[in-house]
Design a protein around this ligand. Structure first.
Ligand SMILES: Cc1cc2nc3c(=O)[nH]c(=O)nc-3n(C[C@H](O)[C@H](O)[C@H](O)COP(=O)(O)OP(=O)(O)OC[C@H]3O[C@@H](n4cnc5c(N)ncnc54)[C@H](O)[C@@H]3O)c2cc1C
Length: 548
């Protein structure tokens, strides 16, 4: 009989969390989708949500990580081939992502709400496997940068917008769709990309304005992508280039994959070191303006770091509440033990705040160039939430894992993978300090962005006295710009929390908003999750966030 051993029966173990709709189960996400203008996407989100919650998809995620990518530098005759081989599960995951437009939906169908719809899809599907979302995200993010060079965009954008995943290692002219990556980071510095030493030399004989890139890149994820945006030192200064895997004449571009990184997490995704041996590349934007051009891509991948960390927190809440509902300790369900209820509710609050702010941020990415308020908001909120959401994710994942006890710490539990993934969004696309310094840069260079921020949070300040006081305190914090740099982390954290509180006060159920303000404003934040004040309606908060 199933479950029966020679010495004992198996009981009091939670069943696996599967066979449910990941989207429908996430009430906070559904409400944010409606609020931010993407209610029309609910049917497709439901389809993706059901798929994400299926045992089959969860298995794909496990397989793609268990059997990670392998690099083959040479064929059996000794020819250089530079091919990364993936498990079929990885390709299946990519296929779903592209079919649902996670890589390009807002570019191929830019209707109102498209960025929000895509953001929600990323949050849902990331919970199956985070690693393959890296190439999906880079493919999405490359488009705004490519548009700086319209004739190049005219060739690549239709290929990028294809919903067909075509992993064939062929020139794009022979393919049904294309994916893209980026290679900025070099050994001597990733944050300081102006220190890049890769050289770009114009091809003297070329009439196509092409360049040859020579140098190395220390991190290049998804090296089987069809094209990569790179920075290199051109005669006119650091510039942005598109280097395809195959040259237009159908020969392989000399981009050598030296080795794959052996990473803490993100294991389904190949991250490589590459060498450029005079690789053919096209200039994107103006020579000498490479940082300004690539920042268009970086901002969109930063948005995706926020979405990824939001997904990590949602997955943690779903797994922890599910386990605690099905596990009994000392005579009653774990979820009903008062101290565990406090932990679960606190984790849920963080997840809901992250979800609300992530989707509000995604909406700002839809703004037309003339919508100054939304553009300013996007400029400031992107680094604020890149910093804070990514900072919260590892702490959150560790606590959610602990809710499952020993079962959370074994590799068979999804939480082990979630935990190992959780720090990565904080590292890439600008690590914590760099991002906080970017907030300060935005405050200095675009003072109106702060006005846009104040006008947003002011919409809630009469709703909660604690929030009104926190806004006043923040005004004082920001009033001494000359001392801001060493205080940047604490100020950015408070800007994030105040903004999140304002969204929850305006839109979340009263127990959620009340508990968030009570536990996170006015210096109330304690060190660990599970420290909500007495009187918090933990049961109501947990019930709202239970996955089924
Ligand atoms: C899994 C993974 C995949 C990646 N994939 C890619 C990829 O595809 N393409 C790519 O280009 N890169 C990629 N990266 C690289 C990543 O973007 C860099 O690691 C990151 O930008 C940091 O650069 P660095 O490692 O050189 O660290 P550094 O730049 O040396 O920074 C080290 C630390 O110093 C801090 N710091 C830097 N400047 C300051 C300052 N002025 N004041 C205070 N603190 C500061 C940073 O916040 C950071 O904490 C990947 C990284 C990982 C982990």
């Amino acid at each position: 009989m199933v479950g029966q051993f020679d010495t004992h029966d198996v009981f009091n173990q939670a069943p696996p969390l599967e066979g449910y709709d990941v989207f429908a189960a996430d009430r906070a996400l559904g409400e944010a989708v409606d609020r931010e203008g993407a209610a029309w996407a609910r049917p497709e989100l439901g389809t993706l949500g059901l798929l994400a919650g299926s045992a089959g998809a969860q298995e794909l995620g496990r397989l793609a990580n268990e059997h990670g990518p392998a690099l083959h530098t040479h064929d059996r005759y000794g020819h250089r081939i530079d091919v990364v081989e993936y498990h079929p599960a990885y390709h299946d995951l990519m296929r779903v992502s592209l079919a649902h437009g996670l890589h390009a939906g807002p570019w191929s169908d830019p209707r109102a709400g498209a960025q929000v719809a895509r953001a929600a899809k990323v949050i849902v599907w990331y919970q199956v496997d985070a690693g393959h979302i890296c190439p999906v995200s880079m493919t999405y993010a490359v488009v705004p940068a490519l548009r700086h060079q319209p004739e190049v965009a005219a060739v690549w954008e239709p290929m990028i917008c294809s919903t067909i995943y075509d992993p064939a290692n062929l020139p794009i002219a022979q393919k049904a769709g294309a994916t893209c990556g980026m290679a900025l980071t070099e050994k001597q510095g990733g944050s300081d990309v102006r220190s890049n030493t890769t050289r770009a030399e114009p091809v003297a004989s070329g009439s196509d304005g092409s360049y040859r890139l020579t140098g190395h890149k220390w991190f290049c994820s998804a090296p089987m992508s069809d094209g990569f945006l790179m920075l290199a030192q051109a005669p006119g200064g650091i510039s942005c280039f598109l280097a395809p895997r195959w040259r237009p004449d159908g020969t392989r571009n000399p981009i050598r994959i030296q080795r794959l990184k052996d990473k803490l997490g993100d294991r389904s995704n190949a991250s490589s070191e590459i060498e450029l041996l005079g690789a053919w590349a096209q200039l994107i934007g103006e020579e000498g303006r490479g940082v300004r051009t690539i920042i268009e891509m970086v901002n969109h991948t930063r948005l995706d770091c926020v979405l990824g960390s939001t997904a990590i927190m949602r997955q943690g809440v779903a797994q922890a509440t599910w386990h605690a509902t099905h596990r009994a300790v000392f005579g009653k369900p774990l979820a009903e033990q008062p101290l565990m209820a406090n932990v679960l509710a606190d984790l849920a609050l963080e997840s809901e705040a992250a979800t609300a702010s992530a989707l509000r941020l995604a909406r700002s990415y839809e703004a037309p160039a003339g919508d100054e308020h939304e553009n300013l908001l996007q400029r400031l909120l992107t680094p604020i939430f890149k910093y804070w959401t990514c900072k919260r994710a590892p702490e959150h994942a560790a606590e959610a894992l602990e809710c499952l006890g020993g079962n959370g710490f074994v590799e068979e539990s999804p939480m082990a993978r979630v935990f190992r993934q959780s720090p990565v969004n904080g590292v890439w696309e600008g690590s914590g300090n760099v991002i906080c310094l970017d907030v300060l840069r935005a405050l200095t260079r675009e003072p109106d962005a702060l006005e846009a921020y104040w006008s947003e949070v002011a919409q809630a300040d009469s709703g909660d006295a604690r929030l009104a006081r926190a806004i006043d305190d923040l005004h004082v914090d920001l009033s001494e710009p000359e001392t801001l740099e060493p205080r940047a982390r604490s100020v950015v954290e408070r800007m994030a929390v105040v903004f999140q509180a304002s969204l929850l006060v305006r839109f979340a159920p009263e127990p959620v908003a009340d508990a968030f303000c009570a536990s996170r404003l006015g210096g109330a934040r304690a060190g660990a999750f599970g420290t909500l004040p007495a009187g918090t309606d933990n049961a109501a908060i947990v019930a709202r966030h239970a996955p089924i």
